[in-house]
Ligand binder design. Sequence first.
Ligand SMILES: Nc1nc2c(c(=O)[nH]1)N[C@H]1C(S)=C(S)[C@@H](COP(=O)(O)OP(=O)(O)OC[C@H]3O[C@@H](n4cnc5c(N)ncnc54)[C@H](O)[C@@H]3O)O[C@H]1N2
Ligand code: MOO
Length: 403
Amino acid sequence: MALMPVDDALAQILEGAAPRGEPEMLGLAECFDRVLARDLKALRTHPPFAASAMDGYAVRAQDVKAGTVLKLQGESSAGHSFDGTLEPGSTVRIFTGAPVPAGADAIVIQEHVSPLGDGTVRINEAAIDGRHIRPAGVDFTEGKVGLEAGRLLDAGAITFAAAMNHASLPVARRPRVAILATGDELRLPGQKLGPSQIIASNTFGVAALARGAGADVIDLGIAEDRMEALDAALDSAISQGADVLVTIGGASVGDHDLVQEAMTGRGMALDFWKIAMRPGKPLMSGRLGEMRVLGLPGNPASSLVCAYLFLEPLVARLGGRPAPKRIQKAILTRDLPENDQRQDYLRGDLAPGPEGGLEATPSLRQDSSLMKIFSDARCLIIRPPFAPPAIAGDACDVLVLRP
Ligand SMILES: Nc1nc2c(c(=O)[nH]1)N[C@H]1C(S)=C(S)[C@@H](COP(=O)(O)OP(=O)(O)OC[C@H]3O[C@@H](n4cnc5c(N)ncnc54)[C@H](O)[C@@H]3O)O[C@H]1N2
Ligand code: MOO
């Protein structure tokens, strides 16, 4: 199979991806960073009454010039309305958020009023009709859609949902992403290692990225390079309702690279295997029933670059949320040689440039096994297939990993 361009691979991976299953009802306190699954109508009108926006005095605007003395008729505070009607020549003391009494049509702030100590006050500035009054329903009205399906529930949206009198909200189910590390050499962090063993580190980074994109992660642990082990892990992913099975390693052409064979043997329809990128060439994508299978290469930088490029947007789509916008423009600080057929993602630094832009500096070492270089990197510098040699000062696209 020919190497597939990165954009075509992403389009195939994202095809048909949308939230699955019934929405869950969650209490408001659990809703942060979830996605609203249905339109949400206001269950009340707000404010439910004309309310004062200031601490001051409710008046009839036409009665009041600078110097007018008014009789104090009563008080309206938040939670305690004044139930009478404001009479001509009178005023009602009022506080922020309190209902404006019938008959009043303006608030004069208390800084412009002098209490005279005999049950009257002098208004020192002319009142303006409607001033400092929030009309009933100016914010939202009962029965109208306030938040639309698909809205990411951030602080503003959750506040608004609560104000609309919803105690719980229908949210899209989080996609379930099962992650399986494969390889006889792998051990979990914290274990004692033999001479030819290494730590299965990739699972943790890939899981973190999936969680950040809105997934519930199922850690399937490590499978040895044996068909039965891969089979058992696959059964586990299916029985736990995984939407995506991510395998790490065993994706290449070696005698012990069995992942693809194991998956196709169980009926996986292969979308593609091998793409025109570096690192990450042996990426595999397929579908096994409802479950998507993403086979990441084992080298840590390859796993992570593929997870940024393909898994993060896939999880976002499956959860109904926008994928983070990571691609930005930058200026190269070093020359780069011409590129071959594989789109390159060079680990590098990213720093503010002299004119408000960004400067990208590729690391000198780019081997896909290097984890410290990846951890130090702030961006991936993108070199399109067959790009001509670049010189310092040229523009480039970067995928931002961290600020
Ligand atoms: N003859 C060829 N050999 C290779 C090719 C090729 O085209 N022809 N492609 C190379 C490329 S590119 C990559 S990338 C790797 C990918 O190989 P696999 O996906 O089969 O990965 P493994 O062989 O299982 O492991 C590679 C490397 O990564 C380590 N590893 C694996 N899993 C983990 C993990 N969970 N955490 C940390 N490190 C892991 C593993 O020990 C190996 O060192 O193939 C090239 N070969
Ligand atoms: O393309 Mo592989 O992902 O370099 O190491």
